[in-house]
Design a protein around this ligand. Sequence first.
Ligand SMILES: Nc1ncnc2c1ncn2[C@@H]1O[C@H](COP(=O)(O)OP(=O)(O)O)[C@@H](O)[C@H]1O
Ligand SMILES: [Mg+2]
Length: 320
Amino acid sequence: MNLMNKFTAILSKYYGLEQVEVLRQKGGWAALAYKVTEPESRRSYFLKVYEKDRSSTPKWTARIDQYVPITSWLEQTTGLHGKIPVPMMTTHGHYRCEDDYGIYLLYDYIDGETIGDKPLTQEQICQLAAIVAELHSCGKELPVQSENIVENFELPFALSLKNILMTKGAGLPGDVYDLLGPYVEALNRMIFNADELSAVIKQSQLPLALCHTDIHPWNVMQPQSRRQLMLIDWEGLKLAPVEADLMFVVDQSYFNEFMQIYRQFHPDFTLNGRTLTFYQIRRKLEDVWEFIEQLLFDRQSPSERTSTLQSLEKELLEIK
Ligand SMILES: Nc1ncnc2c1ncn2[C@@H]1O[C@H](COP(=O)(O)OP(=O)(O)O)[C@@H](O)[C@H]1O
Ligand SMILES: [Mg+2]
């Protein structure tokens, strides 16, 4: 069966959608993206497809059944109403479905723009800060199960990355070796530092709040029809120290404006430098590892490989 037939079969079986038009869209990092339109109602949907043969898929899909009910609760009962997308339920009563090819989530389609490279307007900065602050107000008494999304401060990829670095890249494909070589020492040091920080932080019983953990401008959308920003892509939802989110804004030009709004919700808040550093280092290592993993284990076309090599190089260049 070709891909489109697989998708229409899924849409019919699990969502009761018939005769739909399915169009490929520019996706994100983790998954393929399709716009699905039902001709009769003219209603559109966003289909997110995690391909089962991608090595990152288990990581991104393992907690769907844990995090989606929390986003649903957030959407229905908190100030985040209308500001976050929640996947639709299947006719079987689940938030996802799958076949031999992929794991699927279906959303209402957001007609609008992804912020991406565009600068945020004043209004958008305020709205983003309010969304994050509202999210961070949720922590202690969640009425939904949340033990599975508690931050553990681990670096699950560290062992694999260390093994590669230990051999100084011997056995790596030549193009990966050439890129990685000059950074072996720096990466080893970062793993060491992250491990040390992790051990200290684990002992310090920091207050935890719900965190998105991936607040970059490709996960922020401005719907056309209303002046309300939406924060999308909730795969990373965790109960964690809020630095897990604030690390995405500390280096932005709008940081001070953001914090001004944020402090209206959390007047006594102070940023914990050690926790922030931990998150910054871990994220950098995680991104580097993600690209290495693609280059070593995923089936890629030559142009996909070139693009991943460029992304890896960009990540490495940012390392001092
Ligand atoms: N509900 C939606 N409606 C329309 N476009 C969407 C929707 N959700 C995501 N997108 C677009 O698809 C892109 C990738 O989606 P995202 O959920 O961030 O996937 P990934 O996990 O692969 O990053 C987003 O940057 C955005 O442009
Ligand atoms: Mg995304």
